[in-house]
Design a protein around this ligand. Structure first.
Ligand SMILES: C[S@@+](CC[C@H](N)C(=O)[O-])C[C@H]1O[C@@H](n2cnc3c(N)ncnc32)[C@H](O)[C@@H]1O
Length: 216
C-alpha cells in the first residue's frame, strides 16, 4: 500500500534540481514574460511578491486545459501573473486584475503597454470593495486569489454570493476554477507544531484555515 504523505527530496539541493528539471520539461512561458520576471527580481526588493515561473507554467497549463477565456486575479502586484493569464487566454480573452496599490497598478499597466498586451484591465482599490462591483459581460472561468491572506475567506464568500445559479450577473461560471496561492503556508496551516508566530502571521494562518474549510 502507498502511504498518504509525500516524501520530499532527500536534500534541499535535490529539491532545487528536480524543480529546475521540471521547469525545463514543462510547457515554457514566452521570453517577454520570463524576461519581465527576471527584471523585477533584479530591480525590486519586494520581488518575492511575484509567483515563480514554475508555478506560472502550471497556471498556464491549468487555464489552457479548460479553455479559459476570462480570468479574474485578486492581487496583481506589478503584473507578472496577469501577463501569464493574458498569454493563456489569448488576444480574444480577457483578464481582470484587482489591486489595492495604485503604484503597482501603474507599473503593471506600463509593463503591459511595453509588451503590447491589450487584454488586461486593472481595477484599483481594496478587493473587498471592488470585487462585488464587478459586472463582467461573461462570467470568469478562473479566479486566482493572491492578495492579503486575511481577505481570503471574505473574497471566497463574495465570489460565491456573486455566482448564484439563475442570477442575471454571475462572477464565476458553473465549474469555474478557484486557484489560490498560500493555502498551506509552508505546512503551518496544517500544523503549527512548536512554531511561534507573530500576531499578524498567526492571523494569516487562521484566515487561510477558514478559507480552506469554507472550500469543503
Ligand atoms: C503576492 S502579491 C501578488 C503577486 C502577483 N499575483 C504575481 O504573482 O505576480 C499580492 C498583491 O496583493 C495586493 N493586495 C494586498 N491587499 C489587497 C487588497 N485588500 N485588495 C487588493 N489587492 C491587495 C498587494 O498590493 C500586492 O500587490
Amino acid at each position: 500500500m502507498k502511504e498518504n504523505e509525500t516524501p520530499l527530496y532527500a536534500t534541499p539541493e535535490l529539491g532545487r534540481k528536480v524543480t529546475e528539471y521540471s521547469e525545463q520539461h514543462s510547457t515554457p512561458l514566452p521570453k517577454h514574460i520570463t524576461d519581465f520576471h527576471a527584471s523585477i527580481v533584479a530591480n525590486r526588493n519586494d520581488s518575492n511578491y511575484m509567483s515563480s515561473n514554475f508555478q506560472s507554467q502550471w497556471n498556464y497549463v491549468l487555464a489552457r486545459s479548460i479553455g479559459a477565456k476570462r480570468v479574474l486575479e485578486i492581487g496583481v502586484y506589478v503584473g507578472y501573473s496577469a501577463m501569464v493569464w493574458s498569454h493563456a487566454v489569448g488576444p480574444e480573452g480577457r483578464v481582470t486584475g484587482l489591486e489595492f496599490e495604485s503604484k503597482y497598478a501603474k507599473l503593471a499597466n506600463d509593463a503591459f503597454a511595453a509588451n503590447s498586451i491589450n487584454n488586461i484591465e486593472i481595477v484599483v482599490g481594496p478587493a473587498a470593495e471592488t470585487l462585488p462591483k464587478l459586472n463582467p459581460s461573461e462570467p470568469y472561468d478562473i479566479v486566482f486569489i493572491d492578495a492579503d491572506k486575511t481577505g481570503y475567506p471574505g473574497y471566497l464568500k463574495q465570489l460565491l454570493e456573486g455566482s448564484q445559479p439563475g442570477s442575471t450577473r454571475r462572477l464565476l461560471r458553473p465549474g469555474a476554477l478557484i486557484v489560490s496561492d498560500n493555502v498551506l503556508r509552508r505546512g503551518l496551516v496544517a500544523d503549527l507544531g512548536d512554531t511561534v508566530l507573530e500576531e499578524d502571521r498567526l492571523k494569516h494562518i487562521v484566515a487561510v484555515r477558514e478559507f480552506n474549510k469554507f472550500l469543503n
